[in-house]
Write a protein that binds this ligand. Sequence first.
Ligand SMILES: Nc1ncnc2c1ncn2[C@@H]1O[C@H](COP(=O)(O)OP(=O)(O)OP(=O)(O)O)[C@@H](O)[C@H]1O
Ligand SMILES: [Mg+2]
Length: 390
Amino acid sequence: MPELSVAVFGTDNDQRAVLQVLVDGTSVARTVCSNASLPLAANDPVIRRTQGFLPDVILVDIAADTTTAALRAIELLHQELPDAAVFAIGSMTHPQLIVNAMRAGAREYIERPTTTTDLLEAFVRLTSTRRKPGREGSRGKVFTIINAKGGSGATTVAVNLALALQSVHHSTALVDLAPLGHCALHLNLKPSFTVSDAISNLHRLDSSLLDSFMSRHDGGLQVLAGSTVPALVEPSASDFARLFDTMVGVFHYIVVDASSRLDSATRLVSNLAEKVLLVAHADVASLWSAGRVAQYMGESGSRDRFALVLNRYRKVAGFNESETEAAIGAPVLWRIPNQYFAVSAAIDRGVPVIQQGNSEIARSIIGLAHYLTKDDLDVKRTAWSLFKTV
Ligand SMILES: Nc1ncnc2c1ncn2[C@@H]1O[C@H](COP(=O)(O)OP(=O)(O)OP(=O)(O)O)[C@@H](O)[C@H]1O
Ligand SMILES: [Mg+2]
């Protein structure tokens, strides 16, 4: 992720100082200027000065006693610096203020008092929308896989999807972020390093060091294995932002197995993702959990990227798919058949189903990989028919 330049506006000196510390604390952004005076007109010198800094983001603090002036400032800054994204910082207790700030041109409205995580998530949202195809086509796409409930099949989907993508594109990584990683077991790998090693070496992480932390599976899939012990000190969301920034520069596709990890790291990776696949079973408890997970994860803005994958799917009388989609707020993207013996034997042997010939479940996951990459021009050119031999 390129470092974002941030201009801060606010009449309250203490609040501006706090915002500067928070911005710099995200480690993906840097404060380039801090202004106590709010612009009053388009020709206000503070606007010209700010233009000179070429900010990517402008934070405007809306203090209780200067709301009108702050809203006017948002409008002017949005108009005079059209390439910068204006983020308003203000109280959440006045819905009309939020609406007015957005109408004036704020792209985000962030709660005051603010945290580094709030800002980081907003910065990541901004960069990930700017990276949509066509803007920075060379950066990799992330697919995040979360389960609605423990044991729904997130790891099975992540491992097989990553293998399917690798066999076509040859530049795929699987990152295991699960609380206790199982990907290496599914692939019969014995990793020497894990995600924790990559995170503790972020200060010098480049593509070759990253490569040395990854384990290579037979067909070339690169795996950044998960922790084998619960982490004593959880890395911060900005650590993960930096890790994934390096990864999207190296790999074309990155499949993340988050399994049942529901924290700021998964939220961050969901914000970075092209799609977040929520793996659920078509039963009441699983779908209820899917709704809760989608709501929690979607709070940070990634909700429109969520899609349901119904695993172990079979037709159940009375199961209404459109009602389910409406209740959860995410479409059913894929249905994966229930093949317990094939899947559990595959896990026991460490040879994923997709590598074991032409089963119904292998075809289903290949279809999912195909669907997820159908708009990628370079993938269209390569032969998806390769998979027919799987
Ligand atoms: N399509 C399927 N058909 C039948 N059984 C399946 C299928 N997918 C997964 N399973 C079974 O469900 C179990 C859990 O799968 P998996 O480990 O992939 O789930 P998970 O969501 O990653 O679980 P965890 O909460 O442990 O991370 C496995 O033992 C596997 O045998
Ligand atoms: Mg798992």
